[in-house]
Design a protein around this ligand. Structure first.
Ligand code: NI
Length: 394
């Protein structure tokens, strides 16, 4: 027999799809989610017993107090779109040209609105407090999560849950992993300073081009020689800027790249390793360097106990076969700020949206991305199931 909460999740699917389509059609990019936040705020204000606040102009918080004392649980949905032109022929495609919900954050926000509605109606049975965080700017470092934490949204929170719809997994499945889940996403810049001059007389110059080329190649040694083969690490030089003419040795080269890592210890040593390689090679060539390391999002690390509780809830609702025990995910995710900066345990789950009959296996961040809206039921159920359990809504 299904619970009251399970019935409510089913009944709400029409509303969740309506919210999702509205948000999809009115997509706004990171740090510009003004209309999106106003819409969410307005929808939350229609719900009974909901305290709504705007800690930031582009983010919204909804709080529901249960009738009985208990834990404080936070649920997080990101709400921003990406700067790209939608090209999928959807009836409700973005009317804001150059902003597209191609990473399914419209779905995340809609599902959280659904869960907010359910527990605003069920608060008389609820033990504790539910905080619904509608977070801006997940797609653009430094990200909205860190700002939300700085505004104190995590004060008194005992556990936080998050999720991401994903076209990498079939609809009806949940990607679950204990411990480290996503990569830490950092960037670096290396400026190589030489001495410019005539291309025919390199002996009068210090060539930043050959020096920079050696640095680019040697950076790969960090992965192959400095860390254990069992570690996952990606080094990609993606931008090189140098020179203006074919016959002038330039004075300077600028190299930019990204690093994805999973181990905290390795991440802490990366700036030093880059500096060591770049300055060593520069010295060997008579050049000098300046190295800048930009820390991006930390890895999402799932608390083992909360992850077990998620497995338990998902097994109860959908059976063990709905759970996919997944590996490390290379994309970054600023959900990590809510746990990393506060010490509050968290659990982040992937919600499958791939359905071959509907052609929804398209990559995220692609202009042709479309979502299987049936997946919204499963995501809403995950959040609702966790709240039902943690806040003993029986
Ligand atoms: Ni995303």
């Amino acid at each position: 027999m299904s619970s009251v909460i399970e019935e409510k999740v089913k009944q709400l699917q029409g509303d969740v799809i309506t919210w999702r389509r509205y948000l999809h059609q009115h997509a706004e990019i990171s740090f510009q989610e003004y209309a999106t936040s106003a819409y969410i705020e307005n929808e939350l204000k229609k719900m009974e017993g909901m305290t709504v606040s705007r800690p930031l102009p582009t983010g919204v918080i909804g709080v529901i107090e249960g009738a009985y004392p208990g834990k404080t649980i936070a649920l997080r949905a990101d709400i921003d779109a990406l700067p790209m032109v939608e090209d999928n022929g959807l009836e409700f495609a973005s009317v804001n040209t150059g902003a597209m919900h191609s990473c399914a954050h419209d779905g995340h926000a809609a599902m959280l609105l659904g869960v907010a509605k359910i527990f605003s109606e069920e608060r008389a049975k609820m033990h504790g407090k539910l905080i619904c965080i509608f977070q801006h700017a997940e797609e653009l470092p430094p990200g909205g999560a860190v700002e939300m934490v700085e505004k104190g949204v995590m004060e008194g929170v005992d556990a936080i849950f998050g999720m991401h719809l994903s076209s990498n997994f079939p609809t009806g499945t949940f990607g679950v992993k204990s411990g480290v889940l996503t990569s830490a996403t950092d960037g670096f810049t290396i400026k190589v300073f030489g001495k410019g001059g005539h291309s025919s007389m390199p002996e009068q110059c210090i060539d930043p081009v050959t020096t920079g080329a050696q640095i680019i190649m040697a950076l790969q040694n960090i992965k192959s020689r400095f860390v254990a083969a069992s570690e996952t690490l990606v080094f990609s030089v993606c931008k090189v800027h140098c020179g203006d003419a074919y016959n002038i040795i330039p004075g300077e080269m600028v190299i930019e790249g990204s690093v994805r890592s999973f181990s905290k210890e390795i991440r802490e040593r990366l700036p030093q390793w880059i500096e060591q390689i770049a300055s060593g090679i520069a010295a060997a060539n008579g050049a000098t360097v300046e190295c800048i390391y930009d820390y991006g999002y930390a890895s999402v690390v799932n608390d083992p106990e909360l992850t077990d509780e998620a497995r338990e809830v998902l097994t109860k609702w959908f059976g063990k076969e709905s759970i996919l025990e997944i590996g490390l995910l290379m994309p970054g995710e600023d959900f990590s700020a809510f746990t990393e900066l506060t010490g509050v345990p968290g659990c982040f789950v992937e919600i499958g949206t791939a359905n071959d009959e509907k052609g929804t296996r398209v990559n995220h961040h692609n202009p042709k991305y479309i979502m299987d809206e049936d997946a919204l039921y499963y995501g809403t159920a995950f959040f609702a199931g966790m709240v039902e359990k943690e806040l003993e809504v029986y």
